[in-house]
Design a protein around this ligand. Structure first.
Ligand SMILES: *Cc1c(COP(=O)(O)O)cnc(C)c1O
Length: 362
């Protein structure tokens, strides 16, 4: 690849001595299933009281919702245009995901369409800070308060993003961050952290992640096994120190793309008062297939996030939604394309991508 979508090799080269040493220390100590040190680092970074490390972001969403008492008969509102993990987390508690259309400018859940989806079974809203831009939290929290709903943030794409000066992860009762390798803060395998200020909830989630137990062989309830590995915690503590610098570079890259592409296609809009950390840089074009084919021929990676809105995905067609309920999400699904985005892109890489996009998008 001339320009990679994410470049974990390039990133590793910049932190190799630190990461190698951190991994070796875990191997020496044989503390293979313990991420307490990273949990302390990450809760301090977010500015929240508690952090529970776990196996992956999908488990995290499930564990947060299950620990908040959500289950069969409950409805949980989320965005129609998110990754399936958000809805899986809801579904695995026994609750039903209820999809709401997105805003045409930010691609985040449209708060003006949330109230119409609320029924007497609705218990929670799961906003997703999609592509790295915080959702409209003031509006969402106001609706949640009015209808007595709990808010759980899906912050899997928004490590270090801020909304009116506060980091994502501080708005909901709990917030789930994914450390899948390709995320803005990525482990060397699967990992996740749940953030909360609620001590009791943190204890319940930690027990759930460890066989319903916080004292060896005393199982208060049936849990699962979804803990964070020591090696992942060690890698993440090293990488966390670099995260803000990498986010700054993502923001610079996004600005360079937008300057170069503003007259050719729909470029991302960052709303006032937020720090958008550009997990993904998503444009809209009318000839997406042609553009992606051309980029591939030039050895430039691209992607689609996401090609099929969740209500139209086989896993959820049984819920019986109609496409006209989601005019925005369905309308953009054939137009959106994600360009290479990571903290090690050079200006030359970005300029090359811009030049190639311009050759086929008019
Ligand atoms: C990555 C991601 C998750 C969690 O994914 P895992 O791979 O299970 O860590 C959840 N929601 C969104 C929006 C994501 O992008």
């Amino acid at each position: 690849m001339k320009v990679n979508f994410v470049d974990l090799k390039a990133q590793y080269k910049t932190i190799k001595p630190e990461v190698d040493q951190a991994i070796a220390a875990v191997v020496e100590s044989c503390a293979f299933v313990n991420s307490r040190s990273f949990e302390a680092d990450f809760s301090a970074y977010i500015g929240a009281e508690h952090c529970v490390g776990c196996g992956n972001g999908t488990d995290a969403l499930f564990m947060a919702m299950q620990s908040l008492g959500l289950g069969k008969g409950d409805e949980v509102i989320t965005a129609a245009n998110t990754f399936i993990a958000t809805a899986e987390g809801i579904g695995w508690t026994g609750a039903t995901p209820v999809f709401v259309d997105c805003d045409p400018v930010t691609y985040n859940i449209d708060p003006t369409k949330i109230e119409a989806a609320i029924t007497d079974r609705t218990k929670a809203i799961v906003p997703v800070h999609l592509y790295g831009q915080p959702a409209d939290m003031d509006a969402i929290l106001e609706i949640a308060k009015k209808h007595d709903l709990v808010v759980i943030e899906d912050a899997a794409q928004a490590h270090g993003a801020t909304y009116k000066g506060t980091k994502t992860g501080n708005f909901g009762k709990a917030a789930c961050f994914s450390f899948y390798p390709g995320k803005n803060l990525g482990a060397y395998g699967d990992a996740d952290a749940i953030i909360t200020d609620d001590q009791e909830l943190a204890t319940r989630m930690r027990k759930l992640s460890d066989h319903g137990s916080n004292v060896k062989y005393q199982h208060d309830f049936e849990g699962i096994n979804s803990r964070m590995d020591g090696i992942q915690g060690a890698v993440l503590s090293v990488k966390l120190k670099h995260l803000d610098k990498w986010s700054d570079r993502r923001i610079e890259v996004a600005a360079r793309y937008s300057e170069g592409l503003k007259d050719v296609c729909v470029t991302p809009v960052t709303v006032d008062g937020v720090r958008h950390v550009f997990h993904l840089y998503v444009i809209q074009v009318n000839n997406r297939d042609e553009l992606m084919k051309h980029l591939q021929e030039q050895d430039i990676a691209s992607g689609i996030h996401y090609p099929v809105p969740l209500p139209a995905t086989p896993a959820y067609t049984g819920l019986g939604y109609k496409s006209d309920q989601f005019p925005v999400a369905y309308g953009i699904a054939d137009k959106i394309v994600s360009l290479p985005m990571h903290g090690d892109l050079t200006d030359e890489d970005v300029d090359l991508v811009i030049a190639e996009v311009k050759k086929v998008v008019k």
